[in-house]
Design a protein around this ligand. Structure first.
Ligand code: ATP
Ligand code: MG
Length: 597
């Protein structure tokens, strides 16, 4: 993975700047700890030499005391460095996670639909985690360890040139060998990581589809795939672990060799009377001391490689531009008060007119258009009944109005203003949508209704629920508004879920309401509640209802029948119903269910 140094640097600067002081103290702590590690063996040498030459016991005690102080000091420093390191790493990666999550939330539906939740978690959390070490340890750790290594070698050269040369040769040889081994082993680990990511992706998808899988008797098939992946994982894991084991063993042998070299050199020099026993001990200890930096330099290079992969993926994600860009918005903040997104609303107050001008749309570039040259005008306050076979593009039309996607051709206007001009916040506040499948969050009823907006008072929420006839439902919950709901649409019937969606809508004040009716049949009681909710939702607003029931169709002032993304018929409902030639008239005769089933 080749990443320009500038990119590493940029990342470090961006995410360490907010915690400059802490990062700096971390660096100082690590450096101080290195200095102490170098100093400590010197005291031991003095101690041994003083003891073997029959020195003053009080000197011995003094040396021992200083040694203890230094050793304890080193422990404290390490503990603080560890603490600061974790703090720096987590703060930096959390900032990065926040930036990534915010960025992804701004990306459009086209982006979201092509990625599984598992993949997003891996992108936002997994990749950031691999960077934690990079932020907290890498620079200081690598530089520090290199300094420690050089320090030890310099000190050894100071003792005796031959010792210095011998141990240097050993250190270089060990590093080269370990890097070679690692480059052999790392592809195996990459393969393991890949298959584990695949496994969790698979698991996540199947778990979320449990109900369908069981209902369709696909469990055996799923389990076969499960065994297949796990089997592949086992093979790869075994290979990778063997390599890991081999590296570990090699490490042990290499360092045993190092110790042997140190012993041999010391024995030789000691036998010639060139060094004291204390110095022999010092040589031995320093040789032991370079084991850690050697090892850490190796793992840090590995971390760096992992970080590089993470950085390039993160950069890729950050470079993904939303196809849906926020519009410039308007200068006024008139009707609907303040605009959180800056810039005022550009739409007039009250019911909004809807204009589709030669609108075309396709989901994928190569596919046939879902909507083709669609023209439509709906005056403020009118209600349009949108009919059409399944897959004819009804939901798609609603999505375009909401700017979940942008048309590939033509223009959509709302209240006379192009929707592209509006800020997304503004647009989505003025258009209310009740979709076919209502998503609930694992959160309280209150948060589910207000979308986590604490400024809406409880009284208002209760009032809306009362209006919708949802009070008995609420009262049956253990903790009222504070009761936790499960995510998805768990625990609620389709009808209740739709009522909840209406409650969300009433808490805002949209000028256009889009109802994408659930096609499932509801029990009569819920149906009555929903009918009342629809009536209320359409009062004083422009409405587009994608209807699956005759009762709902009859509320419409106009009817539009879509077929293959084109307008098959559009006109006043009563006129169409009275015209025996019209498609709508025939539909009413043969029954809506035929078309809308
Ligand atoms: P229904 O009555 O079943 O709700 P619909 O009229 O709402 O149907 P749409 O959901 O608008 O139909 O779908 C229109 C066409 O676009 C279908 O052929 C569908 O397969 C396709 N389509 C819908 N959503 C996507 C998507 N996210 N990506 C690609 N194609 C899509
Ligand atoms: Mg639909």
């Amino acid at each position: 993975m080749n990443i320009p140094l500038r990119q590493y640097y940029q990342l470090l600067i961006n995410y360490l700047r907010p915690q400059r002081a802490r990062a700096l103290s971390l660096a100082l702590l690590l450096l101080a700890s290195i200095a102490l590690q170098l100093a400590n063996p010197q005291f031991l040498r003095r101690f041994i030499d003083t003891a073997t030459t029959g020195g003053d016991p009080r000197t011995l005690l003094a040396i021992a005391a200083v040694y203890m102080v230094f050793a304890l000091g080193n422990q404290f420093l390490s503990a603080f460095a560890r603490y600061a390191g974790e703090k720096v790493g987590w703060t930096a990666t959390n900032l990065l996670r926040r930036d990534l999550a915010t960025h992804c939330l701004r990306l459009d539906m086209g982006f979201q639909k092509t990625r599984t939740p598992g993949e997003m978690i891996e992108r936002i959390d997994g990749d950031c985690s691999t960077l934690s070490n990079f932020f907290s340890q890498f620079v200081v750790g690598l530089v520090g360890n290199a300094l420690l290594l050089i320090g030890v070698l310099v000190l050894l050269f100071g003792i005796d040139v031959r010792v210095g040369l011998g141990i240097s040769a050993f250190a270089i040889g060990a590093l080269v060998l370990m890097f070679r081994l690692r480059s052999e082993a790392s592809p195996h680990w990459v393969a393991v990581r890949q298959v584990s990511a695949e496994f969790y992706g698979f698991l996540g998808e199947r778990l979320s589809g449990t109900e369908d899988i069981r209902a369709n008797g696909a469990a055996a098939y799923v389990m076969r795939r499960f065994h297949e992946i796990v089997g592949r994982w086992l093979g790869l894991q075994r290979k990778a672990s063997l390599w890991g084991y081999a590296m570990w063993q090699t490490n042990i042998i290499v360092f045993a060799l190092g110790t042997a070299v140190a012993f041999a050199l010391s024995a030789y020099l000691f036998s010639r009377g060139e060094i004291t026993i204390g110095t022999a001990y010092l040589i031995f200890t320093y040789t032991e001391l370079i084991r850690r930096p050697l090892d850490q330099i190796r793992t840090q290079m590995q971390d760096l490689q992992r970080a590089a992969a993470g950085i390039s993926r993160i950069q890729g994600l950050l470079d993904t531009k939303a196809n849906i860009e926020d519009g410039p918005g308007g200068g006024t903040t008139s009707e609907s008060g303040t605009d959180a997104g800056g810039g005022g609303t550009i739409f007039p107050a009250g019911p909004l007119s809807v204009d589709f001008r030669q609108v075309s749309f396709r989901y994928e570039a190569e596919e046939d258009p879902v909507l083709a040259d669609l023209d439509l005008r709906l005056e403020p306050g009118r209600v349009l009944g949108l009919l059409g076979r399944t897959g004819s593009g009804k939901t798609t039309l609603a999505r375009l109005l909401f700017r979940l996607y942008d048309p590939t051709g033509g223009e959509i206007r709302l209240g006379g203003r192009p929707v592209l001009q509006a800020r997304l916040n503004d647009l989505r506040r003025r258009v209310g949508m009740v979709t076919q499948d209502v998503q609930l969050f694992h959160a309280s009823v209150r948060d589910n209704l207000t979308f986590f907006n604490p400024s809406i008072p409880d009284e208002r929420v209760l009032e809306v629920l009362d209006d919708l006839g949802l009070r008995p439902w609420l009262d049956a919950l253990p903790a009222g508004l504070a009761s936790e709901l499960a995510s998805g649409s768990g625990g609620l019937s389709a009808g209740e879920a739709q009522l909840v969606a209406f409650a969300r809508l009433f808490l805002g004040n949209p000028g256009l309401v889009i109802l994408d009716e659930a096609s499932s049949r509801l029990d009569p009681a819920t149906e009555r509640l929903l009918e009342a909710a629809v009536t209320k939702a359409l009062t004083g607003r422009t409405g587009i209802i994608i209807a699956h029931r005759l009762g709902t169709v009859l509320r419409a002032d106009e009817i539009l029948i879509l077929e293959d993304g084109r307008v098959l018929e559009h006109g006043d409902r009563k006129a169409l119903a009275g015209d025996p030639e019209s498609r709508f008239h025939r539909l009413l005769q043969t029954g809506l269910e035929d078309l809308l089933a």
